[in-house]
Design a protein. Sequence first.
Length: 364
Amino acid sequence: MHERIAALHNKCYYYPLDVKRIPIMVDGNIEGKVSRCLCKFFKKSKKNENDEKAKGIVDIHLQRTIGCSFGIGLTGGTDQQYPPSVTFLRPGSVAHISDQLRVGEQLKLINGIAVDNLTHEQVMTLLRNSGNCVYLQVEYSLDDNVEDFKQPSNTRLAYADIRLIKENNRIGVTLRGGSYGPDHKKSRPLTIMNIRTGSPAHREKRLRVGDRVLGINGADVFNATLAAAQKLLFEAVNTVVLTVEYYINIIDAAYRNSDHFCVKIEKDFSLDIGIKLICEIDHTNQTTRAFFIDRLVPASAADRCGALSPGDQIIAINGCKLEFLPFSDVNRLLQTSLPSIYLEIIPANQLRHLFQAIFSSLSI
C-alpha cells in the first residue's frame, strides 16, 4: 500500500509514505506580521503596475449658470480605498455637453487643489463650492484603450472630410490622445473616444468612435497636443471640418470573382448606409428595373464594410427582390432602422464579363 490514510472528523487526508510531516508552529504575532507584509507587497506590486501604465492628462474648464450644478457624478476618496473618479455625467448638464469629460477618468485637481488625499465628501464639497467656474485636471490610462489606437487586421486606411455645424459652440465629439512632445511612448493619434447622442457629430451619421482626427478646418493636427486640438475646435466659428482617418475592411477577392454574393452591413440605428443608387429601366418592359451603385459616401457604413464598389448591381435587400420596385421604395429599404442590412450583389466585374459575352454573341 503506497499511501497511508488518516481519518479525522470523517475526513480523509492522503500523505505519500516518503514525505516526512514536520509540524510548523506559528504564533499569532508572527502570523499577523506575515499577513501585513503580504498586503504591503501586493499593494506595492499593484501600485507599480499602475505607475508603469502610460497616463494622459486633460485640463478642463467648465462654466455653469447660477443655481445649476456641473452635472458630474464622482466616486472615490481616501475613505473609499480608490481615487476620485468620474462615474456619471448627467445628460444635458454643463459637464455632459462640454464633450471634455469621460466616465471612468480619474480626477487629479480641482481649481489647482490636489484631491488624492481628500475624502469623498471633501472632494464633493470642493466641487460644489467652486462657484460658477471650475478648472479640473483628469487623468486617463492610454493603455486601457490601446485597441482604439491600433489598426485592426485585414483593414486598410481611408480618409474623409466631414463638415459639422456647431451647436452651443460644440460638435459633440470627445477626443483623447495627441502628442506628448519628447515623450513618444505616451503619444497617440488624436482619436474620437465618444460621440454625444443628439449632437451634430451624431446626426451627421458617419463619424465613429475610434476614428482618428488628422485635420481641423484645414490645420494639420497629426503632431498636435490634445489641448491644441481642443482649442482649434473651441475657436472655430460655426463650422468645423474634420479630416478623419478610418478603416475599411479588406474582403477575400473570391467574393468579387463569384457570380453574386450576399453582404451583411452592420450599422448603428442612427448611421446612414451611404449608398447612392442609379436606376436603369428595361424599355421592352417598363416595370423591370435594375439598380446599380452610383457611389459610396466616404466613411459611411457601406464604404467601411469594404465589400461594395460603384457599378455593383443590387438585386435584393433583406431578401426582397428589387426588379419590380420603384426607386423610392428601394431607397426606403436601404434606410432601414434595423442594426444590419443584407444585400445581394452582382459584382461590377462580373457584369462587365456578362456584357462582353452578350456583345460578342451579337457581333457573331
